[in-house]
Design a protein around this ligand. Sequence first.
Ligand code: DUC
Ligand code: ZN
Ligand code: ZN
Length: 460
Amino acid sequence: MSILIKNGRIITATDDYVADIFTEGETVRAIGKNLKLEAGRVIDAAGKLVFPGGIDPHVHLEMPFMGTYSSDSYETGTRAALFGGTTMVIDFILQKQGSPLRSALEEWKKRSNNNCVGDYSFHMAVTDFNDITKKEIRDLVENEGITSFKTFMAYKGALMIDDRQMIGLMEEVKKCGGLINVHATNGDMIDYLIAKHRGEGKLSPLYHYLSQPEITEAEASERFTDMTFYTGCPGYIVHLTCEGALNAVRNATRRNQKVFVETCIQYLILDASLYEKDFEGAKWVMSPPLREKKDQATLWAGINQGLVQVVATDHCPFKWEQKLLGKNDFAKIPNGHPAIENRMELLYSEGVSKGRITLNKYVEVACTNPAKIFGMFPRKGTIAVGSDADIVIFDPDEQHTLSAKTHHMNVDYSGYEGWEVTGKVKTVLLRGQVAIDDNKCLLKKGYGQFIKRNKVDNKI
Ligand code: DUC
Ligand code: ZN
Ligand code: ZN
């Protein structure tokens, strides 16, 4: 199978030019003006943007969590991602406390193998670091291509590890050439505040927000940053939401330290006023919670300052009947919201179209940096000869409206119902196959491949 994409405006993290792209098999073979090459299919991309497939490095598919499972399967989630221009996701394996990492890996493989439409990888969440777990790290990095290890400083009693375990894990991960991801919020403070609010009979979704104030994230982000400084382990803060937390990372740059920072699309464009809608606020109950308008401004600026390198989603959808598990108690509302399909279009519309970020920055934070940080560049994350032919053809002017009625995620509401968006994904290629065209998915489950990742490059 060969494809010739003609006359598109090609955007990478560094370039912006009009040319043709020739793909053969799974790979980009040639890029140039007026390519005279025979192809099985020719796509006219004149007037369109052509950029690398999006990479969302933070999603939770079919994940056992808070007494239920996130509602997108590997099939529905990766298919919805493709509709939205994301050709690869990185999902999280959760170690069960008291069990080895290997058994969690086998469980996750069972759910995902041969079930994905788009490409995927895993981070390994270490929820119980001990002498047995320690011996498993190198095997994951060298034999499984899993080079990033997630830690939770919150979710006390279920997922959280303490600082002693954190330091031990950092030393081992550094030795093996990996990276530590962290959910950086102060689990003890949050645990206390949840109990306090429940004890006072304050049970609505608003109290989810009030149980995780900015200081809980700022404090943990600083502590994590200090621990990575001490151990020298590469660190990556997932879903950073607020000014206080970003300032902890900014301060660390004064001692020439780099900690990678990911924010998520919702923290850039939604705010905590949504929790005032009584139980409807449960749609946006996620951890950390949405913040204030001033935090949105900080995060957009952080992207342009190079302090925030990645925009992901933390896609963790729950249907309305699942959210109702917490009807009478905010602490029982499954945490998470759906966005895997919306990230690329929302970031373009709110970021590029509204003049907050450049097109190159858009590609950098949504495609290229996730590939570089997580050991997949230049196979993924750019358009170059020899790279996988993961390509999005995008109409920058088409207006449309986001809705649960038209989305492809397996969830019966949208966190963005009625949002007017400028810019639409038209055609998507995944490893040289047309995945999305004319609002249809042309790939079957099982096409999506597990991508083994390389050791981590701390200098992007
Ligand atoms: N936060 C969420 O909102 N959902 C899944 C896990 C997390 O940390
Ligand atoms: Zn988290
Ligand atoms: Zn998450």
